[in-house]
Design a protein around this ligand. Sequence first.
Ligand SMILES: [Zn+2]
Length: 101
Amino acid sequence: MKIPDKIKIVGRDIKVVWVPDLVQQDDIVGQAAFRYDTIRLQSNNAGLIKTPQSLALSLLHEILHWAFFLMHEDKQNKDEALVSRLSEVLYQVLHDNQLRF
Ligand SMILES: [Zn+2]
C-alpha cells in the first residue's frame, strides 16, 4: 500500500507527513496531530526501517484516532489498546480480502 500525502476523514482534509525523529522525540511511530490537521508518521531511517505492513498499520491506527476525535469519543480516542486492536482487525480484513473501495 502506498501511503498517501493526504487523506480525507469525515470530510476533513488531513495531511500525512513523514518525521525523521518521531521515535527519538516522543518514543512513538505515529501521531494524530489534531491541532495541525495532520497525521505524523516516523520515516524510515538508518535506525528504524518499517515494513509496508507496519506503515499501513500505523496509518490505520492514526486514522482511527482521528475518527474517534471527530466523533467526540474522547474515551475511545485515548484507549490505545482499543485503537491498536481495531487497526489490526481492520488491516487484516482489508488486506486478507484485498478490499478497495
Ligand atoms: Zn495511538
